[in-house]
Design a protein around this ligand. Structure first.
Ligand SMILES: [Zn+2]
Length: 314
């Protein structure tokens, strides 16, 4: 008998493999990623890459305590100028991309004529630029930031490069985004990510050797996961972990739910507008109103003449 309804989508499943001295996180995104990517209606290659960024952010946001926000951001000179994905301690996830439509059209046309699809190519979609991680835990704690150049064919490779370069942590990463038909045959975005990370090594040489061996084995097993398995709606995350690592004593912890949630509010928009000079506010007016659209969730905040005047008085 089933003890409880198994949570399959929109979650992070932490796990640990003690004999290998490693921990990991498996991310599975269903309705959450479909809501975010469908709302923005980006061209498919952009949606694909933003989906990867969001799944990777969810897999990496392990260090958060208190009321923190973990942000993954890319900036480049390619068609996707900017990508932001962030996740809160409470599991609220959001993301958006800024696209140069002309550049994207050129890249897609070149890909079509060469017969080589763009896929999730970082060099073609993001170009040269950087990848940044920010861990913000409120005003009373340090804001941590790490930045590396975009180096790698895929976003997962770029993140891997960051770990080697900046954190000197051995890590393995895999990410997948796909659009699959749901029960009614409608196409829905899905995403998944698997991350393993090596914990500080044992002191004894013999133990260390066993851990090296274990790490190599874990990387091979992780690499054997297919993209299909990472996004499969019928394969529960715990079942996937068991399939991969059951011989090695994997311990799966309680999965943490994730939800698509924006943190924008009228108050935040007001705070932002108050910083502007009166003439700047004046220039933003269209038909006597200032309209501010949230880039993450497309919510529109409208301010009329009297509200703008009130803002300017502060
Ligand atoms: Zn918003």
């Amino acid at each position: 008998m089933m003890q409880q309804l198994e949570l399959r989508d929109d979650l992070v499943q932490p796990f640990q493999i003690d004999p290998f001295q490693l921990r990991g996180r498996l991310v599975r995104l269903g309705p959450l990623i479909d809501e975010i990517l469908t709302r923005h209606a980006y061209p498919a290659p952009v949606a694909q890459l933003l989906g990867e960024a969001i799944a990777l952010a969810a897999a990496l946001a392990r260090a958060l305590k208190y009321d923190g926000v973990f942000t993954l951001q890319t900036k480049g000179d390619g068609p996707i100028r900017l990508m932001v994905a962030d996740i809160t301690t409470a599991g609220g996830v959001r993301g958006y991309a800024q696209v140069d439509d002309e550049k994207l059209a050129r890249v897609l046309a070149a890909a079509a004529s060469s017969g080589q699809p763009v896929g999730d190519s970082v060099p073609r979609l993001l170009g040269a630029g950087y990848l940044a991680f920010t861990c913000d835990q409120g005003e009373h704690t340090d804001r941590y930031q790490g930045i590396v150049e975009l180096q790698g064919a895929t976003l997962a490779e770029c993140v891997h490069h960051y770990f080697r370069q900046s954190e000197q942590v051995e890590a393995g990463l895999k990410v997948a985004v796909a659009r699959l038909p749901d029960r009614h045959g409608l196409p829905r975005w899905r995403a998944g990510a698997l991350m393993i990370e090596r914990l500080p090594a044992a002191e004894s040489a013999a133990r260390r050797e066993a851990e090296d061996e274990g790490w190599r084995r874990a990387v091979i097993l992780m690499s054997s996961t297919t993209s299909g398995e990472l996004v499969d709606p019928l394969l529960a995350p715990a079942a996937l972990l068991f399939r991969l690592f059951h011989e090695d004593g994997v311990r799966a912890y309680r999965p943490r739910p994730l939800v698509a949630r924006c943190r924008c509010s009228r108050e935040r928009v007001e705070t932002m507008l108050r910083i502007l000079a009166p003439q700047e506010l004046e220039e933003m007016k269209v038909d006597g109103k200032v309209l501010v659209t949230c880039q993450f969730c497309s919510a529109v905040y409208s301010f009329d003449e009297s509200e703008i005047a009130a803002l300017a008085r502060h």
